[in-house]
Design a protein around this ligand. Sequence first.
Ligand SMILES: Cc1cc2nc3c(=O)[nH]c(=O)nc-3n(C[C@H](O)[C@H](O)[C@H](O)COP(=O)(O)O)c2cc1C
Length: 331
Amino acid sequence: MDLTTRYMGLHLKNPLVASASPLTRELDGLRLLEDAGAAALVLPSLFQEEIEAEVARYDRLTSANEDSWPEATSQFPALVEAKHGPHHYLCLIRRASEAVDVPVIASLNGVTNEGWISYAKLIEEAGAKGLELNIYFIPADLTQTGREVEQRYIDILAAVRATVSIPIAVKLSPYFSSIGNMALALQDAGADALVLFNRFYQPDLDLTRLQVMTDLKLSEPSEIRLPLLWLAVLAGRVKLSLAASTGVASSNEVIKYLLAGADVVMATSALLRHGPGHMATLLAGLEKWLASREFNSLDHVRGLMSQRKLKDPQALERANYIEILEGYSQH
Ligand SMILES: Cc1cc2nc3c(=O)[nH]c(=O)nc-3n(C[C@H](O)[C@H](O)[C@H](O)COP(=O)(O)O)c2cc1C
């Protein structure tokens, strides 16, 4: 069975990728995921705030001491290096790249295009085979227009693109007026792939304590529908590689995402629930289904049910919405 896959210019042995999570923070987790068949591994994000904190700490140390003890500044890099945060992250990339044979993709999470972008270069130099940009931005400023929000994504991508030559994926949120147009704009700005979608962790309210609750809920398979729709719409119509992310619990979701047109399918929640070995279950389920349908290559499956290939492309648009509402029957 030929499962080989091309994703953001990388050659992968199959389409299953472990997305950023605590499992990919440790070498043991990375090795277990590789052993279970993961074809690429996305490290957890390095956050803009972590980089800025380190830069500020370094500035404080150097400016406080440079008059009284000039030679001390030469020791500061070592001091900074002892800390967690960015330095620790670069070490993780280096050690992960040595520990596993599959490509290691780093992840940067930020919201502006200044100050911290140079870290992308260090990430490349540390050996990451690709970079995922997670622009986790909530436009809570009521004066900001949709256009300005879109431009922010493009500016950040363009700044990173100008800094590195490794492939870049943008992990997008679904909250754009026109996902397709945004995809094209990101493509023009130098993205190699889109990850659909970033999962926003919306808060809840605790009615007893009157506090904002920030607990993290793992995803459910019902959440695949939004990414599935947009993957099906974009497949074959953009040059970007497409990664499906959110809601993969079993091989059923993997197969649906591939049919919609995903190049790779990512998983986190299912791996946190069942352990890294669950990657092997996802892979075995995919192979079993392909064999049962007598497909001998993923190329015959990928995008088979994308909008471009559907006999009735309207099935993904407004006409289907009306039909769904009319077809509802109360039990
Ligand atoms: C505990 C936890 C930590 C995560 N950390 C990151 C992260 O550092 N960077 C990132 O881009 N996504 C992070 N994610 C999001 C996942 O990579 C993934 O996009 C999301 O969980 C949806 O996929 P799933 O439905 O398979 O869980 C995290 C998710 C979880 C549950």
